[in-house]
Ligand binder design. Structure first.
Ligand code: ITT
Length: 203
């Protein structure tokens, strides 16, 4: 693994979610790394996320992409952890409303599940685990979290997933979907994990 974050590295972002590719490329734009999507490299058979944890699933995606494309690979596995729901939707965040669920379906289900919950019981956090596999196969893991509350109606059009329902503690009165991408990256779980990854790489 290179000890310098400014070393040129061509990295495939092992995700089928274009929002993640964009957030990661923007957050790490000063590294000089070149990010390519799986689609740009001709596509892949996305692996089943059979892991019990975010880390397991991030590792599964990164390893499959590293083996398929033979270059460095970075994967994010992430999700929303709601205290009053015992940690749900957690690793099932993207499929909360069913296997083919859209973001709107997932958000609608979350609102239904929490309809009777008082504001004080609406605490939650996003978590992200990033696994980077260098071209030579060396693995690094970095984690990030973002604390906040679940709102009562979707607000904002930016971002993806549960962003319209998530009120970060650091941006009172604004949902994650009402932030610019730079504002989101500055406080988000994924931004925190990517910052931790850079710190590990330069230490
Ligand atoms: P890949 O597995 O292909 O990377 P995915 O979107 O299915 O894409 P995950 O399996 O990691 O990714 O599931 C993450 C889900 O958690 C995502 O679909 C959203 O529902 C939610 N999520 C994660 N990060 C989020 C964010 O920054 N904003 C809003 N929702 C987020």
């Amino acid at each position: 693994m290179s000890s310098s974050s400014s070393t040129h590295l061509r990295v495939v972002v092992a995700t089928g979610n274009p929002h993640k590719v964009e957030e990661i490329a923007v957050a790490l734009r000063f590294t000089g790394w070149e990010f390519v999507s799986v689609a740009e490299l001709g596509g892949w058979d996305s692996p089943e996320e059979t892991g019990a944890t975010f880390e397991d699933n991030a590792r599964i995606k990164a390893r499959v992409a590293h083996e398929r494309f033979g270059i460095a690979a970075l994967a994010d596995d992430s999700g929303l952890v709601v205290d009053a729901l015992g940690g749900a939707p957690g690793v099932f965040s993207s499929r909360y409303g069913g296997e083919e669920a859209t973001d709107a379906d997932n958000n609608a289900k979350l609102l239904r599940e929490m309809v009777d919950m008082a504001d004080a019981n609406r605490t939650a956090r996003f978590r992200s685990v990033i696994v980077l596999i260098d071209a030579d196969g060396t693995e690094m893991v970095a984690v990030g979290a973002c604390e906040g509350l679940i709102g009562r109606e979707p607000l904002g059009n930016a971002g993806f997933g549960y962003d319209p329902l998530f009120l970060p503690a650091e941006t009172p009165g604004r949902t994650m979907a009402e932030l610019t991408m730079d504002e989101k990256n500055a406080i988000s779980h994924r931004g925190a994990a990517l910052t931790a990854l850079r710190e590990k790489l330069i230490s």
